[in-house]
Design a protein around this ligand. Structure first.
Ligand code: SLL
Length: 154
């Protein structure tokens, strides 16, 4: 398969976490006593844009305190929801569609459960969700022709 020479294709996406502190009222009874939050780690398009035409699978590697801590999601939404008590680094591995012939790429995200920044106290009092997310762009340098067609709708 020939590469499209001199061409780079950029695709934006967002990855990160949102976390919600349990209150006595909304904590499910089957949740372990020491779990304080429900959280979600996600990879998604900007403004809900579909990214599944280039992203095939996302593998999230959670802390070893979680059962089956390596989890793969093969279709959107590319996300995992869990409950827990602690913050940790999550490894996120992006696998691209087979036409791309591209190797998987690894990202890291620090799961945030606790409010931070200037309004941390206010957020805590109100029980606001804690959102920590990054905008990223993946760059496909000189994609092979079939993938270039997939990317550009050719
Ligand atoms: C810490 N280094 O000590 C971190 C580790 C691990 C968080 C945090 C587990 C849940 C379970 C959970 O919240 N682990 O019981 O499955 O802060």
């Amino acid at each position: 398969n020939k590469r499209v020479r001199g061409v780079s294709v950029y695709r934006p996406f967002v990855f990160g976490s949102r976390a919600h502190p349990f209150t006595d009222k909304d904590k499910p009874s089957d949740t372990p006593a020491d779990h304080t939050h429900r959280w979600t780690i996600f990879v998604q398009g900007v403004n809900g844009e579909d990214i599944s035409y280039w992203l095939k699978k996302v593998q999230f590697k959670l802390h070893e305190t979680y059962a089956h801590n390596v989890r793969s999601i093969e279709k959107p939404p590319f996300e995992i929801s869990e409950t827990g008590w602690g913050e940790f680094e999550i490894q996120i591995k992006l696998y691209f569609v087979p036409e791309s012939n591209e190797k998987a790429q690894t990202l890291w995200h620090s799961l945030k459960l606790h409010p931070y920044g200037p309004d941390a106290e206010g957020m805590k009092e109100r029980g606001d969700d804690v959102i920590s997310q990054n905008y990223e762009e993946i760059i496909f340098n000189e994609p092979i022709e079939p993938f270039y067609e997939v990317l550009t709708g050719g």
